[in-house]
Design a protein. Sequence first.
Length: 286
Amino acid sequence: MTFPELQDTTSATNTTRLKRQLTEQAIAAAAGGDWEGAAELNRRILELGPESETENRLAKALWELGELAAAREHYQAALALDPTNRVAERNIDRLRLLLSQAVERAAPARPGSKAPVNIFVEEIGKTGFAALVDLASPRQLAQVNPGDAVELIPTGRRLAARSNAVEIGAVEPRVAARLLKLIADGNRYAAGVTSLGDRDVRLIIRETFQDPRNYGKVSFPTAAKATDLRPYTKGTLLREELALEEELELDEEDEEIEDVERVVPSALGAEEGLEEEPVESEEEET
């Protein structure tokens, strides 16, 4: 004797469990830069049923593989399933700029083009958010994605930001002024893109090395009390946006930069002593 309702319930439970497992694997693959694996896993999820966020993740993986036309198709599918999907809507517009140049394929993401996950873990005083000014053209910005590594290059009184071999803008003056002085005295920083649009690009910047001359000087003073690490890695490399709630404050007691011309670009050193935050399973996007 069979019980159809029980069988249906068991089947639905198994499908849900399988989708959850595949989603976790797809997210892990994307976090590790395995975009081919991420694309295949997301395709398998879609075989179990349509889902807007899975379409977003597949589109992201295809974009990273250089498949621009295919990426746009899946963002369009995501938007058809969920007309309120801002991620899909924004990226369709960005891809339209690239495809208008009659380019359906682009070079795949290069090894090292993605920022290490631990950059996106906020640590009071060691990390801060900054907007970019003097932005590159929308066509150039369309080739940059959240999660991309950014090189910070002192140039006179500017702190230029370069990603994927393209200067995408400069760190806003109120943040740059402080960092330029600290860099001149030996500090090193790494950065990654957290969100971007045609007129708005934001970075997270992490102090990776503090020179002894800067002992006691905080890179990113805030009004908050110093606490333990507060993770922002949930979906950092996988989502298109990161909630940007922290306001940076300049330390008014610090002296002005006396000789910024001596600031020279320094290699971004690897950070020691930070554990990589695990990527959680419930993501908005790969």
